[in-house]
Design a protein around this ligand. Sequence first.
Ligand SMILES: Cc1ncc(COP(=O)(O)O)c(C=O)c1O
Length: 445
Amino acid sequence: MASQQHEKNEIERLDREYTLGTWTRQADFNPTQIADTEGPRIVTADGDSILDFSSQYVCTSLGYDAERIADAVNEQIRTVPYVNPGWSTEPRARLSEKLAEITPGSLKKTFYSTSGTEANEVAFKIARSYTGKHKILSRYRSYHGATAASLSASGDPRRVVQGPEIQPEVPGMVKGPDPYAYGSSLDPEQSLEYIDEMLGLEGDTVAGVLVEPLVGSNGVLTPPDDYLPRLKEIAHDHGALLICDEVMTGFGRTGEWFASTLYETEPDIITMAKGLTGSYQPLAATTVTEEVAEHFEEHLLNQGHTFSGHPTACAAGLAAIETYEEENLVDRAKEMGAYLKTELEALADRHPSVGERRGVGLHQGIELTRSEEKRVPFERREDKMSGEPTVLNEVGASALSEGVYFYTSVNTIVVTPPLTIDEDDVDEAIAALDVALEISDNAME
Ligand SMILES: Cc1ncc(COP(=O)(O)O)c(C=O)c1O
């Protein structure tokens, strides 16, 4: 035990000394070492087992025991570990065929990259080439990635804090309002009308309207059922493509393979990552309809990466999809999501600081409030990057000390466990929240 303790401290010390942490002032970067995993749990070097009710960054949708993926990756590394994307490999070909099968409608051809942000950058280039226009319209409460164009398309506080003096925003990015009935002065219907008007006022120069069908890290915002089909109509009326960023919502999280299906909408382009391999390998994809793909038969697709269609990552993706299928995890997300919803609503009844429960399937969240009537947030958008601890952070820390990990973001506790969880796991997570929410209840106005 003593030597284990020593080893843990040494790893954390090395990490702290030689690694630059993400999205943080380095003085605040003190990561705890994770030394093992089991089912939906991560285990610290101290041996503390933590139930992961966030799936890390909403990405480890298969939990941590997917043997099929481990075997597929191992086998691929031993046969064809890598060739450049100009060659054909079996895992890439079979994964592309599989994605054509599980994505909605006529979505058919896929371009591969390694992260969600790249998948979105690729979508922008494709939409621009296809439409001959240059602007991208996205929404304020959104996150699309950290590279220049995707961050510029994001409305997230992470874009604002960068500021024009540090990272100039890419030109041609315009932003509209969100369907956020709880916290916006526009209702979802008005927000759609606003976007319609904006597209016209931009002189129909917009190539793509980019949305998360069900917003993730900006508060788990569920749109009305008819929102996405209407948005597609509006985009098309103005000659723009609908790009659905399903980096977070893809691969069964909402109880459908893709959240677009939940809203009976076939986007022109879908971007995905995270759940694509259950995060066992870094892999992202941009899938386009047959019609959009056809454009590139004679037009240059001026994009490529060394690791595009990496065979080992594609083998992981294929094995991940087979795992979702064999274990019936998409339907399971629907069933467990219904149970989770009931339990979260009961939790909201017990805790006055829970303002609203939102989300679908295993993509849910609760927004907290200082005042039920006035809907005053505990954590304002600008607090996210300030480094100052908020009541939300305290609630998250309390749940963690009860043994359950939740990701908190923009005044919302994101509840997005792996799709493999059972009712006992939900009960354990709710019990931890019951204790943790005492903190926000006591901090109300
Ligand atoms: C909806 C959405 N799009 C894009 C991204 C960016 O993905 P990545 O971090 O893999 O670049 C994220 C990351 O959280 C996301 O939630």
